[in-house]
Ligand binder design. Structure first.
Ligand code: IPE
Ligand code: IPE
Ligand code: MG
Length: 276
């Protein structure tokens, strides 16, 4: 077992990793990075200090996920609603933080063989940020390891609207709307996430129990892990703990799959027989 621990994990991470079944790691993990503002407030700092501290959490989480060979990691960095509803100064700070993150992080992404992607309405972002994003994507395009997708100006409802529009446009160009055939695969192929498997696990930090318009279609059967840890305090170790919790769950997809640790159906009737 010992030699199978991936290189680069620290002592505590190694301890948690040893409890995991490497054959049942999630293929795609999605994270709602929440609680930056509260982290800053607790320290009597401005909200933006929480966002700045959140970058350390991103770095640690991304590196650990890549080291244990998670094929895809998607981070909800900011929503369309954040963009529209937060003060201009905070949004401006987030934009410049993103730009600086991309510039600083490309060498580390390359070192870890990580390929960068984006989901969200990119064309609504400031042009210089779009250029930086395109540059970082291009600089990591030849990596063959983990796909790191940043959700920027993302809204799941907008994604679905864009997918429906794209289906209609594609049909119009291919013989007209009479040929429009819609099923689940068709919708999936028109989503921003068309090249990714659906997430197996969605993590939300800071204790909030909602999806906040994140990947509504794709999370249909994802396991949900909510941790009270605020995003700036989150590290690779916390991700591994979330995966350990995920591996304890029994996924049923609507069926009757009584796996390990769950009483088979016969038990209740056997009990009933003994009583009567
Ligand atoms: C998450 O932290 C980061 C973004 C949404 C950009 P918040 O800024 O939502 O922090 P809280 O929820 O106010 O603590
Ligand atoms: C969700 O967090 C969006 C991101 C983490 C980017 P919010 O803080 O915006 O969500 P609500 O407003 O609490 O639902
Ligand atoms: Mg929040």
């Amino acid at each position: 077992m010992y030699d199978k621990v991936p290189t680069g994990l620290d002592r505590k991470e190694t301890e948690v990793y040893r409890r995991l079944d490497p054959a049942r790691l999630p293929k795609h993990i999605a994270i709602i990075m929440d609680g930056n503002g509260r982290w800053a407030k607790r320290r009597h700092l401005p909200r933006v200090a929480g966002h700045r501290a959140g970058v350390t959490a991103v770095r640690s989480t991304v590196e650990t996920a890549a080291r244990i060979h998670i094929p895809a990691l998607t981070l909800y960095a900011f929503s369309e609603e954040n963009w529209k509803k937060r003060p201009k100064s905070e949004v401006g700070f987030l934009m410049s933080l993103l730009s600086r993150y991309l510039k600083a992080e490309v060498p580390t992404l390359n070192k870890n063989n990580i390929r960068l992607e984006y989901i969200g309405r990119q064309h609504e972002l400031p042009e210089d940020v779009q250029e930086r994003m395109a540059w970082a994507r291009e600089a990591t395009a030849r990596n063959s390891g983990m796909v790191l997708t940043l959700a920027l100006n993302y809204s799941a409802r907008s994604e679905l609207v864009d997918a429906f529009r794209s289906m209609v446009n594609a049909a119009a160009q291919n013989g007209g709307l009479a040929h429009l055939q819609i099923d689940e695969d068709t919708v999936g192929r028109h989503l921003y996430t068309r090249n990714l498997p659906d997430p197996d696990l969605v993590v939300r930090t800071s204790g909030e129990m909602r999806l906040s318009n994140f990947l509504l279609w794709q999370l249909a059967y994802a396991e949900i892990y909510v941790t009270p840890t605020l995003w700036p305090d989150f590290r690779g170790l916390h991700l591994l703990e979330g995966i350990a919790e995920y591996q304890k769950r029994e996924r049923r997809y609507g069926g009757l799959n009584h796996g390990d640790g769950h009483a088979p159906l016969e038990t209740s009737s056997a009990l009933h027989e003994r009583k009567t």
